[in-house]
Design a protein around this ligand. Structure first.
Ligand SMILES: [Zn+2]
Length: 297
């Protein structure tokens, strides 16, 4: 079509083109052109940007070309991502009783080949089935061997997927007033996963027993999983023949935990904190030697 053609009432095809393009969803581009059918076409993807209205009034209406479709899809994707991010931030605020737990992620895992790490990642991959069966994990072992790290890696990976997780520890649970405890109770009842850090450090008084017992009972009744970290050994948790009242009470609590947590992972090996300190010390020693050289000492 020649853009300089003029019809009987003096309107050039250029005018028509301008008009058609004006109607193309405010998506004008210098390379857009008018096709032989009189519709506006995208200069980039060559798809129509206008069509005749399907309502029979002959009006030219805008339609999205492929460029606009993909631009819209990208915008929608960004909107969804943003919405998800806001939700995850809220879940993290509500679910991590200590913000420091948020730093424990598989990306920061320095020993991804150890068994505890692999089981933690397996648990995340198998989450739907684990939740269905109400199954959790006990991470046990000495201080600083990564129990809390892996338990909270699981928590953070699931929070990232928008799953409700509550992470707390026994000393913190003990510090709550009955009023504060009411909020915690609703988290314990409703969260898809609860992580209890540091079981076994509680002072064995009647009040503490009943609180730990209550926490475990809530999860047991809801049929939802719990992940526990403890310095206790499995043999201490199994306590098969309690000999006094204290042991009987503990036995009941531990029995339920063992029932809910078929996976028991020994976090063994050197203390991660100690290893880190040794590495830092070696690095500093090397830096110090460099410094001495520079000083000609
Ligand atoms: Zn296009």
């Amino acid at each position: 079509m020649n853009n300089n053609n003029t019809n009987s009432i003096g309107i050039t095809t250029k005018d028509i083109c301008a008009d058609v393009i004006n109607k193309s969803l405010d998506n004008k581009n210098d390379t857009d052109y008018v096709g032989e059918d009189g519709h506006c076409y995208c200069g980039v993807c060559k798809k129509a940007k206008t069509m005749t209205s399907p309502f029979g009034d002959g009006e030219e209406v805008g339609i999205p070309c492929d460029c606009i479709k993909s631009e819209n899809a990208a915008k929608e994707e960004a909107r969804k991502r943003n919405k998800h991010r806001i939700m995850v931030e809220r879940l993290r605020r509500e679910g991590l009783s200590d913000a420091a737990y948020g730093n424990n992620t598989f990306e920061n895992d320095e020993t991804p080949n150890c068994q505890a790490s692999q089981i933690a990642r397996y648990y995340v991959d198998e989450w739907v089935n684990q939740k269905e069966r109400g199954q959790g994990i006990i991470f046990y072992g000495n201080c600083g061997t990564g129990k809390t790290f892996y338990a909270t890696c699981i928590a953070n990976a699931l929070l990232e997927q928008g799953i409700r997780v509550y992470v707390t520890n026994i000393p913190r649970l003990m510090s709550y007033t009955p009023d504060q405890m009411r909020n915690v109770d609703s988290m314990l009842n409703a969260c898809d996963l609860v992580v209890i850090d540091d079981l076994g450090v509680e002072n064995p008084n009647a009040y503490n027993f009943s609180r730990v017992n209550d926490v475990v009972d809530r999860r047991y009744t809801s049929g939802l999983p719990i992940i526990v970290t403890t310095n206790l050994d499995i043999s201490e948790l199994e306590l098969t023949t309690p000999t006094n009242d204290r042991e009987r009470k503990l036995n009941r609590i531990y029995d339920r935990i063992l029932e809910m947590c078929p996976m028991r992972v020994a976090a063994v090996g050197e203390s991660r904190r100690r290893e880190k300190a040794i590495r830092a010390r070696a690095e500093e020693a090397a830096k110090f030697r460099e410094w001495q050289k520079k000083q000609n000492i």
